[in-house]
Ligand binder design. Structure first.
Ligand code: SF4
Length: 75
């Protein structure tokens, strides 16, 4: 199983919390809406094992559930 993180930017209220908990993963566009730091144009990203704790915490703290974690089977 791998963990992926999916962003729902249309839910984001630009509160800035996710980058407090996972500053290496999340960044914002000019309006403060969440995006992935490494792949700003992507809405889904594989989560590295060493990042899972920080990403889970950011997802849990997001007040509008704009950060979704999903498990996927490796084929
Ligand atoms: S915590 Fe949620 S609402 Fe706040 S900036 Fe991040 S994605 Fe947007």
């Amino acid at each position: 199983m791998i963990t992926t993180c999916r962003l729902v930017p249309e839910r984001c209220i630009a509160c800035g919390l996710c980058a407090v908990y996972a500053p290496d993963i999340f960044d914002y566009d000019e309006a403060g809406i969440v995006l992935f730091k490494e792949e700003p144009e992507a809405n889904k990203q594989f989560v590295r094992v060493e990042e899972i704790t920080a990403v889970k915490k950011a997802a849990a703290k997001c007040p509008v559930r704009a950060i979704l974690l999903e498990k996927e089977k490796v084929r």
